[in-house]
Design a protein around this ligand. Structure first.
Ligand SMILES: [Zn+2]
Length: 584
């Protein structure tokens, strides 16, 4: 059992000292305010930026320390005190240093002359690693309102739309789900029946899931109408071209690229129809029902001890590319892995980079299943990516949405193909079916949520009844499944059950985007072989410092073209053909 060594971040006894140091750095940076003039020298500009980056890095390290401690054991009492101290520090930093970001962004700051475009360009050029990020931030600031309006908006939101969003949680958290002779007060408890091996359990579980949503549809519809209309109004006031553009700009992806991903996915929805037909055959049904898409296929009973998994994953990376192996191995050697489940430890898995100058940390909850091996490969992929970003300024080390899953998904895919080779027939059927089912859930399902949102947002201002909203949703379901399975009426109300639609409009394409980009890069690697690896390394090393469209173009990948994204779907189609062969 491995436990991580957090001393490499900060020693517990030095926590307060660390906070004091950050406070002194905030004051130091604040004292530079008088130096902010459009005509300032490049040297002074660099000095200020480097101090700000240093402050960022040190506070990230101490913040990471706290969050890693919390994931070890959230119940430890003194963590609450540390958390309060860091929150207080965060507020101080925002209050005292807000002028800095605003000034770089070209916004009005009392007492300072506005930084004009020409001088901004001159200054930003002196730090090439940050130039893209500074320029993007300036572009984004063009969508802000005047200080007075922003203040008004914040106050109005805090008693308005954010309460409307809270109402959604309050109403749905109260739902009770009647299943057979039991009553569950949380969806989580009901969910296991959605994945049940019994067909009637699955049907009953879904019926029970949607029942309270249907009973409360008028309330939920009012909330959704308010949220979507508010989003549209704000997008207009902030001078965005479209409601989805608000999300695209914050994700740093051009509208055209997002639309290409949506269109290519919609076009490829039908390759999954074949899969649903195969799945019916595998689980012994004549025709699949919507209830059955997550029905379990025979389980893989093989167990993988932690050491076996580690060897398997490291060997996979070694066969792929030696530096990948060395980086993954370094994370183990440094003692930065917490390996097994424990009482009070957080569930799930993650990789965390505190600073591009430090080795990342990996949290796992290894329980000897096949899924745990995949997870290890995935999180170590993130860790490898993190180690490639060394040399970037801390604020741009983390890759953005587009590239964040590049190494993790790549690692998972190489491991998958390696394990598939050595698996027997029934294992292969199960592995392939799960993998393709997973791709459906991350790509197609998420894209159709956005398609639904696009239609709603284009019509809501002219008025939509809850019946109309549910019909529009049902129509997108029919479009996504075709005749490959039967969908019963209650799925109409599914939209009201998807929290993302209420909490973060247009968010769900992000899942599809990352997954598909990585799959498409993997497809390219399979085609071009080892010569493609240095290109992947170039992408990884850039972290989040470059414009992703241009960066990808520099390695011959054009994400504005459907043909690139099609590569990812071709990989899935090949896997479906293989599954078809196996189930003949
Ligand atoms: Zn990931």
């Amino acid at each position: 059992m491995l436990r991580w060594n957090l001393d490499h971040l900060i020693k517990e006894k030095d926590f307060d000292k660390g906070v004091k140091y950050l406070e002194s750095q905030i004051s130091k940076l604040k004292s530079y305010k008088k130096n902010l003039k459009p005509s300032m020298s490049e040297k002074t500009f660099k000095e200020i930026v480097e101090l700000s980056e240093h402050l960022d890095e040190k506070s990230d390290i101490i913040g990471s320390f706290l969050s890693l401690k919390q994931s070890e054991n959230a119940k430890e009492k003194h963590l609450k005190i540390w958390e309060a101290k860091l929150n207080k520090l965060g507020i101080k930093a925002t209050d005292e240093l807000l002028f800095l970001g605003r000034w770089f962004d070209g916004l009005e700051v009392p007492g300072l002359t506005r930084l004009d475009d020409k001088n901004a360009k001159r200054l930003f050029k002196t730090i090439p690693n940050l130039e893209v990020s500074f320029t993007k931030s300036r572009d984004l600031a063009k969508h802000s309102l005047s200080e007075k309006e922003e203040k008004l908006a914040i106050r109005k939101d805090s008693t308005g739309i954010s309460i409307v969003g809270e109402l959604y949680d309050l109403i749905t958290n109260d739902f009770k789900f009647k299943f057979r002779n039991k009553t569950f007060d949380s969806v989580e408890l009901l969910k296991k029946y959605i994945y049940s091996a019994s067909a009637s359990d699955r049907e009953k579980a879904y019926k029970s899931l949607f029942e309270p949503y249907e009973n409360n549809i008028e309330k939920l519809h009012s909330i959704y109408t308010a949220i979507s209309t508010n989003w549209i109004n704000m997008a207009e006031l902030r001078r965005y071209d479209s409601p989805i553009q608000v999300r695209n700009i914050s994700n740093d992806v051009p509208d055209k690229v997002v639309q290409t991903v949506i269109d290519t996915s919609v076009k490829n929805a039908n390759i999954f129809h074949e899969y649903f037909k195969l799945k019916a055959k595998i689980i012994g049904l004549k025709k699949l029902r919507r209830y059955d898409i997550y029905a379990p296929v025979k389980k893989i009973n093989k167990k993988y001890s932690f050491d076996e998994s580690k060897k398997l994953v490291l060997d996979t990376y070694k066969e792929f590319h030696l530096p990948f192996f060395e980086k993954a191995n370094k994370i183990f050697e440094m003692g930065h892995v917490d390996s097994h489940p424990r009482k009070n430890k957080r569930t799930g898995a993650f990789a965390l980079l505190a600073s591009p100058n430090l080795t990342p940390y990996i949290m796992l909850n290894h329980d000897d299943t096949y899924r745990d091996v995949e997870t290890m490969a995935h999180e170590l992929g993130h860790g490898i990516h993190d180690l490639y970003t060394k040399g970037n300024y801390p604020s741009v080390a983390h890759p953005g949405l587009t590239l964040a899953e590049t190494a993790s998904t790549l690692g998972e895919n190489i491991l998958f193909d390696k394990l598939l080779e050595s698996a027997n027939k029934s294992e292969r059927i199960s592995m392939l079916s799960d993998k393709i089912g997973g791709a459906y859930a991350t790509i197609i399902r998420q894209i159709f949520f956005v398609k639904f949102e696009q239609e709603i947002y284009s019509k809501v201002k002219d008025g939509l009844t809850h019946e109309q909203v549910s019909e529009i949703y049902f129509k997108t379901l029919k479009e996504q499944f075709g005749n490959s399975l039967t969908i019963s009426e209650e799925f109409k109300y599914e939209w009201a059950y998807i929290p993302h639609l209420f909490r973060s409009p247009f968010y769900t394409y992000s899942y599809a985007f990352g997954e598909l980009l990585s799959m498409s890069l993997y497809a390219k690697y399979k085609k071009e072989g080892k010569s493609f690896i240095p290109k992947i390394e170039k992408i990884l090393a850039a972290g989040g410092s470059q414009d992703s469209v241009k960066l990808l173009k520099s390695i011959g990948v054009d994400i504005t073209k459907q043909s690139f994204w099609q590569g990812g779907f071709d990989t899935i189609r090949d896997r479906i053909s293989e599954l078809k062969e196996l189930t003949k």
